[in-house]
Design a protein around this ligand. Structure first.
Ligand SMILES: Nc1ncnc2c1ncn2[C@@H]1O[C@H](COP(=O)(O)OP(=O)(O)OP(=O)(O)O)[C@@H](O)[C@H]1O
Ligand SMILES: [Mg+2]
Length: 237
């Protein structure tokens, strides 16, 4: 089977823990001596301090690549990419994104790409995050909240991925909200049972998500699953 050259971290929503999980994945793979680069193709809400997500990803790869390649498209308005681009009067330049992607792919064994928001977030007219993941030929890691609402959000994301012909490597839950109520815990356990093997991992509540301890995700399990995947996207029926 063909080896994948990366994975695309999407989320069930914005703010669910994609950056935290992407950093944990990068750390886990680097512990296995995989040569891994990171990419945040488009980031919005970028102010004077620069692209926060891209900088966090760059840090987890020891700044081995320039920020221009990690995050080729940056916009100030904290909105969906197409909306933030319209705000400055020009649609996103996808050719810049494609060039950066191709350069990173050429230089590294593996690239972890973090999308913006979820699968249906638009980059341009008729081109959304799912289209980008398809074009990159990358399998998805879906990041989901552990809290209330996650059953609906997670299943909707999986259905859309399937409808669009995307391969889902697995789901990783991030416990950004801290301890769960009894009801949330029951909800969450029921979802995990129904998802079975699709659950790839769980990142517990981190006191300081900027300082990742070792072993937050099981790197060997992740790498085994990556290697067993045929990354070519299936044709949507
Ligand atoms: N497991 C966790 N423990 C503690 N805090 C977390 C955890 N997961 C996420 N968070 C916090 O939740 C917030 C959102 O997480 P993160 O930035 O990773 O989400 P995101 O999906 O990447 O958001 P965006 O859509 O803006 O890219 C951040 O403040 C992050 O530190
Ligand atoms: Mg993020």
């Amino acid at each position: 089977m063909a080896r994948t050259s990366g994975l695309f971290v999407t989320g069930t929503d914005t703010g669910v823990g994609k950056t935290v999980v992407a950093r944990c994945i990068i750390q886990a793979l680097r512990e296995l001596n995989v040569d891994v680069a990171a990419m945040k193709p488009v980031e919005t809400g970028v102010g004077r301090d620069g692209p926060a997500d891209a900088l966090a990803l760059a840090e987890s790869t020891d700044h081995s690549e320039p920020l221009e390649l990690i995050c080729p498209l940056r916009l100030e308005l904290p909105a969906a990419p197409s909306v933030a681009a319209a705000d400055v009067g020009s649609p996103l330049d996808l050719s810049t994104l494609r060039e950066a992607w191709s350069t990173l792919q050429g230089r590294h064994e593996f690239v972890v790409v973090e999308g913006a928001g979820g699968l249906l977030v638009p980059l341009r007219e008729n081109f959304d995050m799912a289209d980008l993941a398809l074009e990159m030929h990358l399998p998805l890691v879906v990041v989901a909240r552990a809290s209330l609402g996650t059953i609906n959000h997670t299943l909707l994301t999986l259905r859309e991925a399937q409808r669009r012909g995307l391969v889902v490597l697995g789901i990783i839950f991030s416990h950004g909200a801290g301890a769960l109520s009894t009801a949330d815990q029951k909800n969450f356990e029921s979802l995990k049972v129904s998802l079975g093997d699709l659950v790839l991992g769980e990142v517990g509540f981190l006191e300081d998500p900027r300082q990742l301890e070792k072993g937050l995700l099981e790197g060997a399990k992740l790498w085994e699953r990556i290697q067993s995947l045929d990354a070519s996207p299936k044709i949507a029926s």
